[in-house]
Design a protein around this ligand. Structure first.
Ligand code: SF4
Ligand code: SF4
Length: 405
């Protein structure tokens, strides 16, 4: 059944009522716990009902899974980092993890570095059309939508529109491109993201292709995912039917549209950086990096930064103890360390108090390295990161101007 597609919905009235897209994901997570396939579920829930403050929730009681139902667009918790740092990489516990594409990709990159045990995970991938920074989202809701952010109970991004639902049942829709021209809308990294469907997960769940029905379109992406879905169907944990060709075509068309839009944003975001001469680039980036206050926020937020013994610590001899602002090579060292494996999650840029466009730079470098090495980070756990395996000879042949020595 790997490679199969189903339209799925929950048979549970309470879940149908509370969850989105027919509640299939909530029912699958509940089933994963009830069937003891996993010891826990890791998902996102709103903290104290505040939809601008989502936190990872580790759940062992199937009855509590419903608290994670519903999409939160204004939060982007660092699920991969949470798994690695706080759940010891899932080496001793089986977990079903809900993950957006960048979360799943970061998990895969960490698994390659033996930081996460993939065997113990079921990756329940969630389609993503982008996330909004909670601070700018609230400002946008007040200034552009004219509403109190606390009155919003739902957001949706589809077909170039951002739609919000209010407590009184009102819906307001705005053109996403116009909002983004004004500096609102999705986080910068999300606008550039080409990966809306998390096919690197075990299953990829979303509404593209559901065509207005209260159902979730599920793509089965691995044998583990296939076994999971088949058992869930057999015990009646989800109701399913096969999507018709129109549903599949709609899904593909929406994916293509999202990719086209992401590439336009990449052009726009990278054009200034690429258009500069070497001297202009140097002046621009030294200006940016000279604002660094060496807070280590970017390193600590980056899911790919995994070294226990970090070269950026003063006692490693590369960085001078007590020097603030640090030498401009400080951010450069970190960026070069992750450039081949960056999954464009944007966590580094969100964390930077100096507002240095870190994710923009590292994403651009990653695209350039990816083109040279034919490497897409976080897509395939068996593909090693190129800068970890490349030879001096290969670098010479590629003409990328990097030396290993
Ligand atoms: Fe995410 Fe930044 Fe790390 Fe890339 S470098 S994976 S954007 S935190
Ligand atoms: Fe420097 Fe920004 Fe990184 Fe802090 S988050 S160390 S200020 S680049």
């Amino acid at each position: 059944m790997r490679g199969d597609m189903v339209l799925a919905w929950s048979p549970d009235e309470e879940i149908l009522e509370q969850a989105e897209c027919g509640g299939a994901v909530t029912s699958l997570l509940k089933f994963a716990l009830e069937s003891k396939r996993v010891d826990a579920v890791l998902a996102i829930k709103a903290r104290d009902g505040n939809r601008y403050d989502g936190v990872p929730a580790l759940i062992a009681n199937p009855e509590e899974v419903i608290n994670t139902a519903g999409a939160l667009h204004c939060v982007s918790p660092n699920i991969a980092r949470c798994l690695k740092e706080y759940l010891d990489g899932a080496f001793d516990v089986k977990i079903a993890v809900t993950c957006r594409p960048c979360d799943a990709r970061a998990i895969i990159e960490l698994a390659k570095r033996n930081q996460i045990e993939m065997e113990n995970l079921i990756l329940v991938g969630l389609n993503c059309t982008g996330t909004l920074h909670p601070v700018t989202a609230k400002q946008m809701l007040r200034e552009e939508f004219g509403v109190d952010p606390d009155d919003v109970i739902r957001e949706d991004i589809e077909d170039g529109k951002l739609t919000i639902g209010l407590k009184d049942g009102t819906e307001i829709e705005k053109d996403l491109a116009e909002l983004e021209e004004k500096g609102y809308g999705r986080r910068e990294n999300c606008r550039r993201c080409e990966v809306g469907i998390p096919r690197m997960a075990d299953i990829a769940c979303g509404k593209w292709g559901a065509n207005g029905r209260k159902a979730t379109f599920i793509e089965v992406c691995s044998q583990k995912g296939a076994d999971f879905i088949e058992e869930a169907i057999q015990v009646g944990a989800i109701n399913v039917e096969h999507p018709d060709s129109e549903a599949v075509e709609t899904r593909e068309a929406k994916d293509r549209e999202a990719i086209d839009s992401a590439r336009k944003w990449q052009e726009q975001d990278f054009v200034d950086l690429r258009g500069m001469s070497i001297e202009e680039r140097f002046t621009y980036w030294t200006g940016q990096f000279s604002q660094c206050i060496k807070c280590f926020g970017c390193r600590d937020a980056c899911p790919i930064c995994y070294c226990l013994d970090c070269y950026l610590e003063a006692d490693r001899g590369l960085v001078t103890e007590g020097q603030v602002p640090p030498d401009i090579t400080f951010p450069i060292i970190r960026i070069m360390h992750v450039a081949d494996s960056c999954v464009n999650c944007g966590q580094c840029q969100d964390a930077c108090p100096a507002e240095i466009p870190l994710a923009r730079l590292v994403h651009m470098l990653n695209r350039e390295l990816g083109a040279v090495f034919k490497y897409e980070p976080g897509m395939d756990v068996s593909a090693p990161p190129p800068l970890g395996t490349v030879t001096e000879e290969e670098l010479d042949m590629a003409g990328v101007g990097i030396s290993l020595s």
